[in-house]
Each structure stands twice: as C-alpha cells, then as structure tokens.
Write a protein that binds this ligand. Structure first.
Ligand code: E4P
Length: 220
C-alpha cells in the first residue's frame, strides 16, 4: 500500500519524507488556502521534494475551462496530477486528459457508481471520501471494498485513494479493504507510528539501565 500526504504544508511533508514514507501528495483548494501562499508556488515546491504523484485541483466547473487550467498546471512539474471533481464536466475533462496522457485524480467520490464512472473515463486515481461518509452515518469503508471489487472484476486500471481519513483506524481498515493508497493528513500520519506502550517500554528500559554498572566503574 502506498501512503500519500493530504496537505499543502511543506514542513509536514519534509518531516515525513525523511522517513521514506511519502509516495505522493494530495492537495485541494481548502488545503492550499490554509497555506496563504500562491497555488503555483506551493505545488512547485511540493513536486520538487516528492518524486511521486502530486495532485493539484482545478476550480472551474465547466469542462473546457477545467482543461485550460489542467494544461497550465500540468506544465508546473512532470509529477503533477490533475484533480477533477466527480461531475459530468469533470468526467469529460478526465476523458480528454487521459487521451493526452495526462494523469488525473477524480475527487469527491461518495458512491460506487461514481467511482465506476471515473474509472471508465480513464482516471489514474479515484478518491472516495471515507470520513465525510462516516460523518453522515454511512459506511465509508464499505465503499472502498466495493470499489476494489468492481475494479478487479472488470479489470479497470484506476487506483483507489482512500481520502478524508480522520484516524488511525481508517488507515488500517482502508489497507484491509483493498485501497491502493491512503492519503493521510500530516496531523494524523505521525500517530501511525506511535503507541503509549512503546513510550512506556522505553521509559522503563532507560530507568533500569541506570542500575547497570558502567564500563569505567566496572574496572575499579
Ligand atoms: C482528498 O484528496 C482530499 O483532499 C481530502 O482527503 C479531504 O478530506 P476532508 O474530508 O478531511 O476535508
């Protein structure tokens, strides 16, 4: 399974890149807005640090305008991926960009039918939003496993990005449900390697170590 970071924040990305855990990055207009910087600058800096796919989202609602934006964004770096909304116009743009060999990520997917449409339109990545489904009392994780079954049964090539991840459980369950990728907020990914029993164990080991005679003292 691949891990993407769901952030526009360079410091969060650098912290986790140094551990070799970042296979790609996803952004969206809300994440970019948090940074208070130019969209292009943020994406160019991220693509320079992360060699894997970096999703940058269009904001137009009309297909031809999405395509204009996509053509501009795709010049910024070779590893940029165009993120498109799951709408009729987004599917049109997805199909056109796929024919030009430009990678796409169809976002805001909330049903298996939507995921299937995006995969058929040629999306490189499809992004079902787990957390936002859970928020309204639906089963986000069921959508991941349904989509994985559909892609496998029909030999569709899109990769599933489990998005809108809110906790460690979401990452574990998405891995078991067959998501190819989890895109994880920078605030949540560090929680994946932590455990209170690990901290307690280290504390106890160091305390016990204090009673071990040190080399210099042992010769006396
Ligand atoms: C995915 O690509 C989106 O950026 C993201 O996962 C949205 O998550 P949210 O529901 O926490 O905003």
């Amino acid at each position: 399974m691949k891990f993407f970071l769901d952030t526009g924040n360079l410091e969060e990305i650098k912290r986790i890149v140094r551990l070799g855990l970042v296979d790609g990055v996803t952004t969206n207009p809300s994440l970019i807005a948090k940074e208070g910087r130019q969209f292009k600058d943020v994406i160019k800096e991220i693509t320079a640090i992360v060699p894997g796919p970096v999703s940058a989202e269009v904001v137009s609602l009309k297909g031809d305008e999405m395509l204009e934006e996509a053509m501009e964004i795709s010049q910024w770096a070779p590893n940029v991926v165009i993120k498109l909304p799951m709408t009729e116009e987004g599917l049109y743009a997805c199909h056109q960009l796929t024919q030009k060999g430009i990678k796409t990520n169809v976002t805001l997917i909330f049903s298996a039918a939507q995921g299937l449409m995006a995969a058929k339109a040629g999306a490189t990545f499809i992004s079902p939003f787990i957390g936002r489904l859970d928020d309204i009392g639906l089963e986000g994780m069921q959508l991941i496993s349904d989509l994985r079954s559909m892609l496998d049964i029909h030999g569709l090539k899109s990769e599933i990005i489990a998005a809108s991840i809110r906790n460690i459980g979401h990452v574990q369950q998405a891995a078991l449900a067959g998501a190819h990728i989890a895109t994880i907020p920078g605030s949540i990914l560090p929680k994946l390697w932590g455990h209170p029993l690990t901290d307690k164990g280290i504390e106890q080991f160091l305390k016990d170590w204090e009673s071990v005679p040190q080399a210099a003292e042992a010769v006396k």
